[in-house]
Design a protein. Sequence first.
Lengths: 459, 234
Amino acid sequence: MMRALFLLVSFLILLPAAGAADEVCVGEYCYDADDSGSFYQSYLFSTTSNAFDIVMIGDGYTEAEMDKFIASATVMADSFITINPYAAESCAFRIWIVRLISEDSGIEVEGSSTWGNQDTALDAVFGDGMNITVDFDKVWKAVDSSAVPGSDFVCVLVNDPSGNDGAWAYQSERVCLVTGAWPWGVTMAHELGHLIANLGDEYQCVQCDQSAGFLTTADWTRTYSEATVAAADQIDNPNLATDIGVLGWQAEINPNQILPSHALNVCSGTTVGAWEGGGKYRYGVWRSEEYCIMDGWQCPSEDHFCYACSSALAAAILPCATAFPDCAYIPFKAPRLLRARSLPPELRIPFAEDTHIEIDIPPCWTCIPDSTDVPGPPLPETYGVGIVIQNLPEGTRVAVYTSMLDLVAEQVASANGSVEITFEADTLKRYFLTLDIPAGNEGMLVNTMLSINGAQVDL
Amino acid sequence: MPPRTVAVLCSLLLLPALAGCSRKTSLKPDLALASAGQPVTILLDPPVKDASAVRARWGKQIIPILRTDKGMIQFIMPRGDTDSVVVEMLDGSRSLGSFAIRRQPEPAQRLLLSLDGETVTLRDRVPSNDAASVDARTRRTRLSFDVVNRHGTVVYSASIPHPAFEPVESFIVEGNDAHARTVTRTGPVVFPVWIPAHRDTVRLYVYEAAPGLDLMDSDGRARRRELAVLEVLP
């Protein structure tokens, strides 16, 4: 089985210049030289030079699925920009859509058969529940390679064929991730609320109460004081408060209203007051309205931002919105497709129980030819072999032996995990590669490259 | 044949040839200097017959067109690393001519940093039209940055939420029950920071700022913990 796994390793050559003539690479991303168009298209364009530039880019979409990605991105952008206060200040935004191709369709889903087995451009993974992670280094480098004029925030649409519904915002990274399967503008509005205005989640903490933990009626016991203490350390968003006496939206509350607000003492969930729960706590945290897009789970059919969120967002957007109130839609103009530079394929090697690995190095000049073989050029006496292996655990010994167990070359992987071996091979000998991996490593993704006289050789 | 008839016939014969000798199109950009993403308007004289057939390109890169009219084309100034952009206008496959527009230098530089444990590495730097980072509005742990010029003067300071301390929700559903917890991220993190553009090499000081530190206050700034000093080229 182990051997069969290794037979799946595709050895790539370092492409000679002549072979790469049709592909132009910018940084780590490439496009077809004879293609035309730009890498990006604009969905919404504002002429204001200080607009919020939002880049929408996909992961897990193959070239054949680009229409699907564009459809999801435009539906999401279309819906997002109709939600206030984004709608009222739509000229504060520029939305760029970048067409990035992945080798494989669909991102990895933790715990499923796809986990560790998908080759996507940005390495997005759907974690347990609604978490999505991504390689932020690749995200920003792909954005750079696309040459979009601006990129304040990036929204990655992930192609998740299993239909998970989730989204996540990474504030430090300025990146949000949403599923393309559910192209809801309200999701994008929610995640950008985190990024643009530091809005906190307003979950009512049925699902995520950190003080109780379990969603069972037995755990609905109020743990007010503990939750309050914990919440005070965590909550610092303009739409949440930990002291009912100090509410950022106090001026909007009807002085006759009894606080805290509750369905029993107000007529409508849209009444501005002090509603308990938010910031992942059920108790001791206050929000301005019963329903809000920053709630995410409890929204009624009419999705809207609550008063505190709308105010905070408007304050963040306003400086960008008033300078040049002019925006327009740009027609789609056959954009180029951007794809990751051809890197060696990755394969998860489960060597935890087998720390010594042997791989035959092709070609076998002396093997009996296959009946379908076409007669080749005269047999050379020697040929050049180049082997590159990356992502190895530090201390891994990589060696090349002949079939007579003569050591030809060896190297030990340094901290960067890369090993490069070149040697002149004898046509009449067979060679194999060994990897001795230090104990304590539980599997990895390695990149392998093999060049034989500058030509690709199949296993 | 009367001379008048001869003249008319000759004119008819010459007409197709004269029609082919259309006047060269004059291209007048409204800007000589533009920043990436800025709209640039070109006046076409004489106007073209079919504005939808007009394209703009810079080398092999097609430039996105914003608006078109018979006598006007508006395009988006492309991003690049040259001082000027030579834009060629095409009407179908026919070149209408070309002109150069100088590039307004980007006001900021985006740095891509990684943090692994307490090791900070500069992974990439690109000119950027986006705004420089400002102080993060959070009471949580932050990463604080000072940009210091060759004279040792702090010329810019900003902070972002500490990427390694960003909470991540984790949900587990078992039967009818749902567990939930907030977990802290582990492993190296990669994140962008925007600093103002600079002509000389500067040093970027990276600090960890504990929750609640006032980074506008000298005492608060003095209590930051230094993580790294990085040289940043223009």
